[in-house]
Design a protein around this ligand. Structure first.
Ligand code: 5RP
Length: 228
């Protein structure tokens, strides 16, 4: 296992300790929360009783393979705890998410969660959002070109996300535009602008949602509450 993967494992497994019997658990998406889901699967096989709410088809498949019972938001409108990865974490625990493509469902799940634990390796910690990661914006296909034109006015560079040369399609049937900034000094202002952009159905700014960050570092796991 590479150093980065080992740090992800440390953080991901630690987060599983915060899950208690009877909880409804939001299950994030990505290579760090992967380790949380494996650990939760182990605990379920030892008798832990939880209901998971998956944030992507990939997480749904993994959780079912691990024997975790799944539900949906209609059955469970409030979630006790969500555990998810991130692409950047700032000192206020504001986040950029969505490089794994699941930002829309992840934000819905986070918004109805009592607690949101973020699991990352220490390369994801930044002073200012938008300095390392692109900011993903999910757009409906009909509005892809008009959203690109608007986003070009806001950031340094925009890239339509592609896989194998084809425009990437999310679990919701929409597309993603990755926006490069040389820092986002006022994330609330940018979020306001993006949430008023016709055809842009979600963006990767997660502001004020995370309550705890578990960070895998070469010295072991560190746990941060606001401020970092
Ligand atoms: C998916 C996400 C992921 O949580 C984020 O990209 C981090 O992924 P990883 O843990 O693989 O680095 O937001 O939409």
């Amino acid at each position: 296992m590479s150093d980065a993967s080992e740090m992800k494992r440390l953080a991901g497994e630690k987060a599983a300790e915060y899950v208690e019997d009877g909880m409804v658990v939001g299950l994030g998406t990505g290579s760090t929360v992967f380790f949380t889901i494996l650990k939760l699967g182990e605990r379920v096989r030892e008798g832990l009783n939880i209901v998971g709410i998956p944030t992507s088809k990939a997480t749904e498949k993994l959780a079912l393979e691990q024997g975790i019972s799944l539900g949906n938001l209609a059955e469970h409108p409030r979630i006790d705890i969500t555990i998810d990865g991130a692409d950047e974490v700032d000192p206020e625990l504001n986040l950029i998410k969505g490089m794994g493509g699941a930002l829309l469902r992840e934000k819905v799940v986070a918004s109805v969660s009592e607690k949101m634990i973020i699991v990352v390796d220490d390369s994801k910690i930044v002073e200012t959002l938008g300095t390392k990661s692109a900011l993903p914006v999910e757009v409906v296909p009909f509005a892809l070109s008009s959203c690109i034109a608007e986003l070009e006015k806001l950031c340094d560079e925009v890239m339509t996300r592609k896989t194998d040369g084809q425009i990437y399609v999310t679990d919701n049937g929409s597309n993603i535009v990755d926006c490069l900034f040389s820092g986002i000094p006022d994330p609330e202002k940018l979020e306001n602008i993006l949430s008023r952009m016709p055809g842009a159905i979600e963006n990767g700014l997660f502001l004020g949602l995370a309550t705890l960050a578990i960070v895998g570092t070469p010295e072991g796991v560190k746990v941060y509450q606001k401020p970092i």
